[in-house]
Design a protein around this ligand. Structure first.
Ligand code: SF4
Length: 340
């Protein structure tokens, strides 16, 4: 469970039960600074003399506030809409896609007006009837490590569990899922775990749950009847990558129960970066050895108009062939959603 260094309560947030619960939980902990703000100027309360320090202090800051705009962002291709329960993440993965999205002080913010958010979700569901509407709960966050005191995922899972025409999904690198195991999800929520080889986790991920803990959590949610999936991302090509990804999938196969109610899903994403991300990563992690040599990559324009450096076609094809073969051979009840 995430224990923040400071908690900033936005003006009016303490009218909501979630904020009151968070305050009650942490107010007597003398190691945690509690800050009440009356303006929108949050960042002045987060210290740090340079980008690296600001990043680390931001990651240890929890902001408790409301979601003001209830216009949900679209979330193609994984869902129709983002469900804005939380923004930010306590993890410090060097390759993280959020590194360029959350500013210099990337705090974690929980939205306490969850009832407003779910009511808005209901409106989007009604607009698309009779089609099913899918919501993604981790588009700009990892909501799991703060779930023990927000209970936002619990509320969302129960909400979507009672809606015939709605589905919910989220992905995590954490294991704080015990409070989700006995909910009435009705198979409407898919829980995915982001996994990688020990080499990648040890080199590039910091402050995430260990591989074993993620797998243990995935088994628990699968046994609780949730549709369960794995995001293998980002995939790196390095010496021995095929053997190590094979071992990863083999161990997964051995540990997962055989009698899963739903096919286990796989999403596989090869490593990519933008120039902006590369510059920021090298500022925050000056000793990073993430492979970001532009000459070894292919430049590709993305759907949002900016370019990114991806592996060359031959490498992408190797990744695709490798994962299709491995997953086909190792798993019987499975679905490969995409490999990119
Ligand atoms: Fe980013 Fe996921 Fe790592 Fe959090 S756990 S820092 S969201 S990659």
């Amino acid at each position: 469970m995430f224990i923040p260094k400071r908690i900033i309560f936005e003006k009016d947030s303490l009218q909501y039960e979630m904020a009151k619960d968070i305050l009650a939980k942490f107010k007597d902990n003398t190691k945690i600074e509690i800050i009440n703000v009356t303006s929108n100027k949050l960042k002045q309360h987060i210290p740090g003399d340079d980008l690296s320090a600001q990043y680390r202090e931001g990651k240890r800051t929890l902001v408790v506030g409301t979601k003001k705009s209830l216009k949900f962002q679209s979330c193609k291709p994984s869902a129709h809409y983002q469900l804005p329960l939380v923004s930010g993440c306590i993890g410090q993965c060097e390759y993280c896609y959020l590194n360029t999205k959350l500013g210099d002080k990337p705090f974690v913010k929980v939205h306490v007006n969850i009832d407003d958010i779910l009511n808005q979700g209901q409106k989007y569901i009604a607009e698309r009837l009779p089609d099913i509407t899918i919501f993604e709960g981790a588009a700009t966050s990892d909501p799991v490590p703060i779930e023990p005191y927000t209970h936002s995922l619990k509320k969302a899972i129960e909400f979507f569990g009672s809606r015939k025409n709605a589905r919910f999904r989220f992905v995590t690198k954490y294991n704080d899922i015990d409070s989700l195991l006995n909910l009435e999800h009705n198979g409407h929520t898919e829980i995915r775990f982001s996994i990688n080889t020990s080499y990648v986790i040890d080199q590039y991920e910091h402050f995430t749950a260990s591989w074993d803990k993620r797998i243990e959590a995935s088994i628990k949610v699968a046994e609780a009847g949730y549709p369960t999936g794995f995001l293998v991302a980002p995939v790196f090509i390095y010496p021995n990558w095929q053997n190590e990804y094979h071992d990863l999938l083999l161990q997964l196969r051995r540990k997962l129960p055989n009698n899963l109610k739903f096919p286990v899903t796989f999403e596989v994403i090869s490593h990519r970066y933008t120039t902006i991300a590369k510059n920021r990563i090298l500022n925050i992690f000056p000793n990073s050895n993430l492979p970001m040599n532009d000459e070894e990559r292919k430049f590709k324009y993305g759907q949002f108009g900016y370019g990114k450096y991806v592996y060359p076609n031959e490498s992408i094809n190797n990744i695709k062939q490798f994962f299709i073969k491995e997953i086909e051979e190792l798993f019987s009840n499975k679905e490969i959603k995409y490999i990119i």
